[in-house]
Design a protein around this ligand. Sequence first.
Ligand SMILES: [Zn+2]
Length: 226
Amino acid sequence: MTVADHRSPTAVRAWFGDVHRRGVVGHNRFALTFDDGPFDGATDAVLDILKAEDAPATFFVIGEYAARWPGTVRRMHEEGHLVANHTWSHWRFGMLCSQRYWREEIRRTDEIIQEIIGRRPLMFRPPMGIRTPMNVQALRATGHACVMWTGRGRDGVNTTKQRILDRLIEPAADGDVILLHDGRDSASRRDPQPTIDALPELIAAYRNKGLQPAPLDQLLELPAYE
Ligand SMILES: [Zn+2]
């Protein structure tokens, strides 16, 4: 099955193609998503917290890092989290590149994920959330859903635990898709500790509002894998 066979109720028509932001509401759920990993140390710390909190999440991994830390990707899968595609190289000037470049970035990442966990992903998030006609066409051709977010911690750069919590807790609502970072793209030198420190309180705040963490395939009613 591909995404084309299964148009999710959360698909929103946007400039030149569908995107997914908020999940299906009415079930009191939200999704935690982590970009730019796996990364040595930081991702394991995030996984430890998710395990202690019994909180399923979704990881948009960079293919190059998945190849470097396959054991961490395997751990994500074995502990009940979803693994999704966030390009091979996360190159920031990719936004200027051809459809062929994007298809290659997507294919290589799908392949390394499949090699590690035995499943080929169908969810994709573009680096920095930047959609271009070229990457949208590549996504359509490869059958991936483009998943964005409703709220983000702005933790891809150096920040503090309190700043992350202040951004996310007050507006917390049913169907939220929260963007955080467990890894780092090649240009950033951020410290992942504020994200790790904020996570237990963030999950507790959502639970206090009666909202439970869920993997993206449940929240978006979309297949995570082929
Ligand atoms: Zn990213």
